[in-house]
Design a protein around this ligand. Sequence first.
Ligand SMILES: Nc1ncnc2[nH]cnc12
Ligand SMILES: [Zn+2]
Length: 338
Amino acid sequence: MIDFLTKMPKAELHLHIEGSLEPELMFALAQRNNIPLPYASLDDVRRAYQFENLQDFLDIYYASAAVLITEQDFYDLTWAYLEKCAEQNVVHSEIFFDPQTHTQRGISFKTVINGISRALADGKTQLGISSLLIMCFLRHLSAEEAMQTLVEAGPYIGQLAGVGLDSSELGHPPEKFSQVFAMASEMGLPAVAHAGEEGPAEYIWNALKLLKVKRIDHGVRCVDDPELVAVLRDNHIPLTVCPLSNTKLKVFEQMSQHNILELLDKGLNVTVNSDDPAYFGGYVNENFVALYQGLAMTQAQAVKLAQNSFNASFLENEEKQALLTRLDDFVARWPSSD
Ligand SMILES: Nc1ncnc2[nH]cnc12
Ligand SMILES: [Zn+2]
């Protein structure tokens, strides 16, 4: 089964590129750019990656991003992630980036987006991986700052497939960003938002109603509201669920308590994603394996989750169909089932 999960073609729809900064690359970039780190060794880093909640993680995640300075740094970060995708049979990825994490410390928007975009273009030609880029606003910052970021993104709009909302959820509800998302929509950018990770079901409702999102990132707390579950199901609103992230940040104490398969059973379009793989113990395949080991996920459920990942993507219908066919062919050729 692990071999099946590893080789199965799949898409990733919830990945923060800054969250794929592995400790080894962090050390290399710190040295290259002469940036002091609060860690003496890789072991030191691993010891620091123990989190009680989302904010514990975010504090370390934003501090580590300080090693990213040049366009080449953003290229190297993105390329390392794409090499992982190739290894893990992730054939399509929709990637979040947080420009404000960088512009706030004096790195230009252009440096960030050009480094990432150049790696994504090479990922397509050299590795055959398709990708789309989603710009996230940091919800702990003001709506005005988000609006400035959207304006700054204007000249690069052709490189963006959508906008998202991330960072500290509690106390920063979706409605804070209604105007920014309305403006993004006028610019032709579809929206997604983190909601119902630590925040209540009400935040999911408001992301749908006020931000008009096409997908919910996380969304696992929807189960608190049966009416919301019905709306998500009937309107085919995908949830990009991140199992290892949720256990690392104590949204669920243990994988055996995770509700992803319950949501799948209820007919929701749930997908499996890694969120911040360098911090949470693995990439997409480690997440699939954790569901197999912690929740006894079946092969049929794994295939459904991979189908969902293509169906929930922002790809054109034709491209979606091609990837779904590739998955069907893979399953048909697999010698045994569970
Ligand atoms: N899991 C997460 N939730 C909110 N913001 C994030 N930024 C990076 N990872 C995040
Ligand atoms: Zn996330």
